[in-house]
Design a protein around this ligand. Structure first.
Ligand SMILES: [Zn+2]
Ligand SMILES: [Zn+2]
Length: 227
């Protein structure tokens, strides 16, 4: 059962309480219990000893980072762009893991009313909500989120999995870009017309945006504006 302190940390990190941030906490908790690991501390985060693999970049993924301590910045978080609400927690060494998946259809019937779904449709999908609708949605979402603190394990699909080894984050040397003069990881330098350019100067990179990982993303830094 997710405790209040954890929920407060999630609120701070994620900005609000909502169904999927709490589900991220709860799914992580189930995976951690089954795997017999706690929140990643100093040893685990420095050595990348425990990995959490999420399958989407939404509220759920923030819940996972708060609960497991595996984050984007400490390389404990692996983002698989599969578009599912699931987390796999795995220990390096034996590469055994636990995957916890939550099915929206199962959730919908148990936790959301017809009215909640209509409100969501209007406010979020169609972007037609009034200020009052927004307020009502926020409150309902927080309420549903909190009720999911105690979601029974039966709501989730839990499976023991074997995980193929994932490399540790390598340390690459930096190369100075001949365009902007800044240092960039050497794997992020391209040769364009005989010049070594960073991807910012070359113009395109891969990016994680709302829809997931996008290749050939036009670097949106427009220079020359006033600060
Ligand atoms: Zn959220
Ligand atoms: Zn550059």
């Amino acid at each position: 059962m997710v405790d209040e302190a954890l929920i407060e940390r999630a609120r701070e990190f994620h900005g609000h309480i909502c169904p999927f941030s709490i589900l991220g906490l709860r799914a992580s908790e189930i995976a951690m219990n089954r795997l017999g690991v706690g929140k990643a501390g100093e040893a685990e985060t420095v050595g990348e000893e425990v990995l959490a693999m999420v399958e989407c970049n939404n509220c759920f993924a923030d819940g996972v980072q708060v609960a497991t301590g595996c984050t984007l910045g400490n390389n404990g978080l692996i983002y698989l762009d599969l578009g599912k609400n699931a987390v796999t927690l795995v220990r390096r060494g034996d590469w055994r893991g636990v995957r916890v998946y939550v099915d929206q259809d199962k959730l919908r019937s148990a936790y959301f009313s017809e009215e909640d779904l209509k409100l969501f449709e209007k406010v979020v999908k169609k972007r037609e909500g009034t200020g009052e609708d927004w307020e009502r949605l926020r409150n309902r979402w927080a309420e549903i989120g909190l009720s999911l603190m105690n979601a029974p394990e039966g709501l989730f699909k839990v499976e023991y999995v074997r995980v193929a080894e994932v490399e540790r984050a390598p340390v690459f040397e930096s190369v100075r870009c001949e365009g902007c003069g800044e240092l960039a990881m050497k794997t992020r330098i391209r040769e364009v017309d005989g010049k070594k350019l960073c991807l910012g100067c070359a113009g395109e990179c891969e990016a994680v945006i709302g829809r997931g990982i996008v290749s050939g993303f036009k670097v949106p830094l427009l220079r020359g504006g006033r600060s």
